[in-house]
Design a protein around this ligand. Structure first.
Ligand code: TPP
Length: 373
């Protein structure tokens, strides 16, 4: 079978949003997905970003699949454990098997040896694809995804697919170089005050909150079913929000993020900018520390995240340091096409707020219901 035919089988089985990082074993699969009109294929910068996008897309009503090399199981371990598996988010993982039977380049041998064991450890059920068992395996995966509410894997051994990628594919539209000069800012309001100011501007928008105190404070200020609180999966607020925004292009998605979170998946800014979802608003509360873990210094005191977002290609970028400006900027961003990036410099003060009172399953179900309206 060709990779292109396999891609068509997946689409035929109902998978409608794909995210992944390439592997040569699935060149033909990705080439076909990239070229499929109307089908989002997110060329993620890392496999954990792909897992985040897929989870966000499922929460917004899609049936996502992730394509990754088995080395990417390592990259996405925490995303799988503390996001997909913890909340119970179905995603088909198409995992290539480099290092199969010890026949490969040295960097693939250990991961090749432990790939089945790693999937077992994660309790992700899987089937290894064979040339004449592909349709059965896809049907099995569909059933498992429906009944288990969790990720399921199809493992692709070498030489299963016969085709290779053709010409490079991508939009040839050159974005204009960013000419953004970051303004001088003085932190003077707390993150709690800034989050309150941001939430004031919201109506029925879908909201994704970074883990730690950003989520806890947002929940304490104005808990609502449209709020998805990350409990683990540090770094994935942007990717999850991107998945939600792609899944519901007719609704606005707002991400409330932290500087440490953004820096952990900095490449994801390039994914947002490249896909340019008009309905995406990324608001980062930059306290220049890892506040949730005791105020250890973060590199954001030197690296201006607004300038990085502008260079990545966000449609608009703004930076503010007082509450009225936060509200005004979010209102402006909600009223125009994004992707927008708002940097709010805040102090390191932390509010005394409780942990998220809802279980992961409750958060999942109420958000998915709110996103389906
Ligand atoms: C992979 C991973 N590493 C470390 C942590 C511990 N941790 C939880 S929140 C957090 C800090 C997040 O910093 P930031 O995004 O700047 O938000 P802040 O708490 O400062 O508002 C850290 C390091 C984690 N949850 N996951």
């Amino acid at each position: 079978m060709t990779g292109a035919a396999f891609a068509e089988r997946l689409i035929g089985a109902g998978f409608d949003l794909f995210a992944g990082v390439p592997c040569s074993l699935v060149e033909g699969v990705i080439a076909a997905l990239e070229r499929r009109p109307g089908l989002p294929y997110v060329a993620a910068v890392r496999e954990d970003v792909a897992v985040g996008v897929a989870g966000g897309a499922w929460l917004a009503g899609r049936r996502p699949a992730v394509v990754m090399q088995n080395s990417g199981l390592g990259t996405s371990l925490n995303a799988l454990a503390s996001f997909s598996l913890m909340y119970g988010l179905p995603a088909l993982c198409v995992v290539t098997w480099r290092g199969h039977r010890g026949q490969d380049a040295p960097e693939h041998l250990l991961m090749g040896e432990i790939t089945p064991g790693l999937l077992d450890l994660l309790r992700i059920p899987y089937r290894v694809l064979t040339p004449d068992g592909i349709d059965d395996a896809i049907a099995w995966a569909g059933r498992e995804l429906r009944t288990r509410h969790a990720p399921v894997a199809l493992v692709v051994p070498p030489k299963l697919f016969s085709d290779h990628a053709a010409e490079p594919f991508g939009d040839t539209h050159a974005r204009s170089a960013a000419s953004y000069a970051p303004p001088a800012l003085t932190p003077k309001i707390s993150r709690m005050t800034a989050i309150k100011a941001a939430l004031t501007a919201l109506g029925d928008e879908l909201l994704v909150c970074a883990n730690g105190y950003p989520s806890r404070e947002a929940c304490a200020i104005a808990d609502r079913p449209q709020n998805f609180y990350m409990i683990g999966s540090m770094g994935l607020a942007g990717p999850i929000g991107l998945g939600v925004a792609l899944g519901r292009p007719d609704r606005r998605t707002v991400v409330l993020d932290g500087d440490g979170n953004v820096l952990m998946s900095l490449g994801a800014l390039a994914n947002v900018a490249a896909l340019a979802p008009r309905n995406f608003i990324h608001c980062v509360f930059d306290n220049e520390v890892y506040g949730s873990t005791g105020n250890q210094a973060s590199p954001s005191r030197h690296a201006r995240l607004d300038a990085i977002a502008a260079a990545a290609g966000y449609r608009t970028v703004a930076a503010v340091d007082d509450a009225e400006a936060v509200t005004a900027a979010i209102r402006r961003m909600l009223a125009s096409d994004g992707p927008h990036f708002l940097l709010a410099k805040v102090t390191a003060a932390e509010a005394d707020v409780p942990r998220i009172p809802h279980t992961p399953t409750e958060l999942r179900d109420r958000f998915r219901a709110a996103a389906s309206r």
